[in-house]
Design a protein around this ligand. Structure first.
Ligand SMILES: NC(=O)c1ccc[n+]([C@@H]2O[C@H](COP(=O)([O-])OP(=O)(O)OC[C@H]3O[C@@H](n4cnc5c(N)ncnc54)[C@H](O)[C@@H]3O)[C@@H](O)[C@H]2O)c1
Length: 282
């Protein structure tokens, strides 16, 4: 199926990145969130970031204008009725995602593909909430979407070949490299990443090192671009905790138990870059 119009539901940091990449690839992109104002603010944020890229001479004004003109904030999910694919990128909560998939299923034309950018939640479960389970698929983009190369592709038990092939082709057309993961909690990337971030929180709680010493040890000792705390702050500590809980519940294995320190930071509302404070202050 030729995919033209794209809908993105949830226009936070990941949704905004997906909108930008889709718009840059020439798609008209409908942006939906909890209100028109939130979606509009996300579009304004994209325009502001692109303007900086233009200032630095890394993009022409004409290219920026083309991307921005492809972005159409809308006021409700119902307005996604004629998109060819809707990509859900809302908060990482199982109950919320199931509700949103029911609503997308009601709103979107019956041929449309429904994709989720979830980091960890069962695609099979979201698919089962719709009347088109064979057209539901996982497209797990990495943060920041315009920069990161990978899209992890996940088929639910019900996903048909056509849907899977069409979405892999779409990710590739957007300049991404795809890998395929089975539909188990955390897929590939977060199955490995989240226990590591969680262990860093436990190490910090035990006083093995400071935030700075742990991050510097990993950066310089393992030649990683970021230490675990800088990365957790970028992802959002609420999201790290939510994924941790999906792994813990999904495998029913105590090795995935979320660190008490991580829980405490989320209770405090210290969610990382997006709230101005996490392990670092921004
Ligand atoms: N942060 C990362 O590094 C990262 C990486 C890959 C995937 N993801 C996944 O992407 C998704 C979004 O994460 P994020 O980091 O962009 O979070 P975020 O907090 O930046 O954005 C979440 C967005 O969802 C919206 N939302 C919440 N409830 C909604 C509803 N009922 N209807 C419509 N919109 C609603 C919020 O208003 C917000 O704009 C999650 O599933 C997350 O696991 C995150």
């Amino acid at each position: 199926m030729k995919i033209g119009k794209v809908g993105v539901l949830g226009t936070g940091q990941m949704g905004a990145g997906i909108c930008q990449v889709a718009a840059a690839a020439g798609h008209e992109v409908l942006m939906a969130d909890i209100s028109l104002e939130v979606a509009q603010k996300s579009k304004d944020g994209i325009a502001k970031r692109l303007a900086k890229t233009v200032e630095k001479g890394k993009m022409t004004q004409a290219d920026m204008d083309k991307i921005v003109s492809n972005l159409k904030p809308v006021s409700a999910i119902a307005e996604l009725r004629d998109v060819d694919i809707a990509i859900e990128a809302a908060t990482e909560q199982v109950g919320l995602k199931i509700e949103l998939f029911k609503k997308l299923d009601e709103a979107c034309k019956k041929e449309a593909i429904l994709a989720s950018n979830t980091s960890s939640i069962s695609i099979t479960l979201m698919a089962a909430a719709t009347k088109r389970p064979s057209k539901v698929v996982g497209m797990h983009f990495m943060n920041p979407v315009p920069v990161m190369q990978l899209v992890e592709m996940i088929r639910g038990l019900q996903t048909d070949d056509q849907t899977f092939d069409d979405t892999v082709a779409l990710a590739k057309a957007w300049g991404k490299t795809t890998t395929i993961a089975k539909d188990y909690p955390g897929f590939i990337v977060n199955r490995l990443l989240i226990p590591y971030l969680n262990e860093a929180c436990s190490a910090l709680m035990e006083g093995i090192g400071t935030v700075e010493d742990i991050d510097t040890s990993i950066k310089l000792g393992l030649n990683n671009p970021m230490g675990p705390f800088a990365l957790a702050d970028l992802i959002g500590l609420d999201t790290v905790l939510a994924i941790s809980r999906v792994l813990h519940d999904g495998f029913n294995d105590p090795k995935y138990r979320p660190s008490a320190l991580l829980v405490k930071y989320v209770e405090a509302g210290w969610l990382g870059r997006k709230t101005g404070r996490g392990f670092y202050t921004y």
